[in-house]
Design a protein around this ligand. Sequence first.
Ligand code: 4NP
Length: 163
Amino acid sequence: MAYKLLFVCLGNICRSPSAENIMNYLIKEANLKDKIICDSAGTSGYHIGAAPDRRMSAAAAKRGIKLQGKSRKLQPSDLVNFDLILAMDRENYRDILYLDREGKYDKKVVLMCNFAKNYPEKEVPDPYYGGQEGFDKVIDLLLDSCEGLLEHITSSEAYQSQK
Ligand code: 4NP
């Protein structure tokens, strides 16, 4: 069984699809495509069915990464079905845990920046209402955090026992 990752932000058109596609890029490079599966979702339903934001896609393309996917809303069943859920910011984190009233899955939910190796940020900032530099920053931060996340997963007991 593959290890399942879910990346979550507010709209699922900027940060979480970037994280999903960057992680898939690193997984492919590491030859782990059948071992780790990625998906993403938004806590809001504002952009259901929409492709990633053009400004975000432009920032990703500068790093050779193509953003694919369509926005979907986070479901309570996601907490059951995924092994690890990565929140982009603290608001996303709270909104995810809001779907877990009994606290059964709270250990699965973590802030993405916990895995950052070279950046001090605690959250991936929402770039939506800002300039292009904000989108570039999201890509830099996510490339770094995804590298740390991949190292964390491949060395974790949960992953080792699923191999
Ligand atoms: P995301 O960015 O959560 O990284 O996808 C946003 C996208 C849309 C909105 C806010 C943030 N919005 O308010 O519509």
